[in-house]
Design a binder for this molecule. Sequence first.
Ligand code: SF4
Length: 232
Amino acid sequence: MTKFKGYVLQHGTSPVNGSPFVVIMTMGSSNTKTGDMCQLWILHENINPVDAVNLGMDDTVCGDCPHRKQSDGSRSCYVNVGQAPNAVWKSYKRGIYGKLSDLNPSDIQGRKIRYGAYGDPAMISPSLITLLNEHAAGHTGYTHQWRQPWAQWCKGVFQASCDSFADYLDASAHGWKTFAVVAKGEQSFSGKLCPATAANSKAQCITCSLCDGAKTDIFVEAHGSGAKYVTN
Ligand code: SF4
């Protein structure tokens, strides 16, 4: 059976605004901090990621994430949508990816999956996540949608992304494992420091895999080395 560089796993409708989105899994990554994981991209079906950000239509896939572009033009999301997300969207439009039915369980057996290389994985069908996780060796994932009723299935599957101590307390009180950003030099308030952001560390998500929604609370220092690539 033909091996593809990526697979279109789902066409969905955003619970946020009713717009269509597409879920694509690419099979490799050269990201030295995460390691060679399969990556899931959640992208607006009809608007390229750059235009979606500029039009405010990225809420289709990012919900109410506070790191989206603000009215003053600032945007604190670590993802440069003009790079990998745009390249994946263009490849999708060129039709180079396989379908879900082209994917063999053996394609992901022994592999680890990074949910939401761009886009919030709470948008993805829970049954699709369950199916992939049954075959994969592990995963990481983060959601900013942890307060939304429709995202409660993500508890125990993805980390709740927290931007403050108040967020951390709220998410923890509701049973979530958290991924918190702590201001540089300020006292940490939750769990373990992401080992990949420790000085001189060679840790990678592919071997660490603590951010699977079930193991523990993690924090990174804002502006610390590597903090940007893991913040989600
Ligand atoms: S703590 Fe989370 S973000 Fe950091 S290396 Fe481990 S899995 Fe990756």
